[in-house]
Design a protein around this ligand. Sequence first.
Ligand SMILES: Nc1ncnc2c1ncn2[C@@H]1O[C@H](COP(=O)(O)OP(=O)(O)OP(=O)(O)O)[C@@H](O)[C@H]1O
Ligand SMILES: CC(=O)N[C@H]1[C@@H]2OC[C@@H](O2)[C@@H](O)[C@@H]1O[C@H](C)C(=O)O
Length: 400
Amino acid sequence: MNANLTRLVAAAQKPGRRIIGLMSGTSLDGLDVALCRFEGHGPATRVAVEQFTTVPYPEAVREEIRRVFARRDVELQHLTLLHAWLGSLHARMVLACLREWNVESATVDAIASHGQTVFHAPRQQHGLAEWPDATLQLGDGDHLAVHTGILTISDFRQKHVAAGGQGAPLAVYGDYLIFSQPGEDRLLLNLGGIANFTFLPGSLDAAEVFSTDVGPGNTLLDAFVREFYPAKSYDENGELAAQGQVNPALLAELLCHAFFQAGLPKTTGPELFNLAYVRAAQARTGTAALAATDLLATLTELSAAGIAGAVELAFGLGRPFHVYTSGGGMHNPTLIAAIQRRLPHCRFATTEALGIEPDAKEAVLFAVLANETLAGEARSIGAGQQRVPAVALGKISFPA
Ligand SMILES: Nc1ncnc2c1ncn2[C@@H]1O[C@H](COP(=O)(O)OP(=O)(O)OP(=O)(O)O)[C@@H](O)[C@H]1O
Ligand SMILES: CC(=O)N[C@H]1[C@@H]2OC[C@@H](O2)[C@@H](O)[C@@H]1O[C@H](C)C(=O)O
């Protein structure tokens, strides 16, 4: 047998594995690196986060990604270069983390790499009936494998699309395996650039489980903060929004977008939720001259309204969930307060209460996916009705 396959089988047969989860999200803030220790797989999965850090992207890296990010017209050569460049950059970042943590790369069984989404195109969003759901992540796994010497599993979204999903959210698979709790109806609410939630019923009935994007989390806030306050990249602790007043007319207009009324599950990205979407709504409501703080207050309320609206769409009013938040928006008290006001019957905590650092959660979930690809089996979630195909996700790259 090929030596790579021998090593792959050995990694798959171990009772436990050490896997590094990597996530580079829509906020472009940096690469989340989570060194995870797994015991078992499937519902018996136990995961401990041994180390976690976000390696911040220098502004120059963000600029390079922004040249193609969520844009319809890009320079094809630049897109091509980025695919290799980001793969190598992520490899260097992983190696630097391992050095800092004093961890030998030979003790790591696999890297699970999400890559950088540069364009997300679910059919519902591109609207071209004869074209499929599609999504594109850059940062090729072969570069990570060759430069780190560690088996790499990457590009998780393509199989999901090929098997009938929309390429996102993928959180559902890992959330279901590591966060389900008998007797407690849970919503795992991630507040990244885009907000999404996974529903985990206390009945543990896999047929009921699903996850969905719900609209903007921080993406619009970040975009307008960069626009109005060039020295800042986000509304730290929601302080700017807290100084403003929500504009009801603009909020209502923003919520008129068909995305918010569309059935669940659904997925979206900054291809839709961007400056142009807000500016068009401002023009229609005569609010183009709104003060920056009022606009940020309105956009913060929009994120909360999108989340609460999706919960209502899925479950009706008043169901008392235990909500566990994660993602950068969790650090924004103005946003959290707005969400809590709109879901008064829910109890809120962060995933810290479940043993996973909230900023690390998405990177950990990709490590869970890789653990399943190596050792688990395709699992039926959502009874096939919720666009959660029962497939093993990711592509395998050998170091040599
Ligand atoms: N202290 C804070 N106050 C307010 N907002 C914050 C704070 N810390 C982080 N954020 C927000 O969180 C964002 C980063 O969130 P996160 O890393 O979860 O997003 P992401 O993973 O890139 O997005 P996605 O999950 O959509 O891919 C920042 O851009 C910022 O808007
Ligand atoms: C296409 C893409 O990269 N989508 C991300 C993004 O960030 C949050 C939300 O939009 C979610 O759908 C997804 O990431 C998480 C990890 C997911 O797939 O569950």
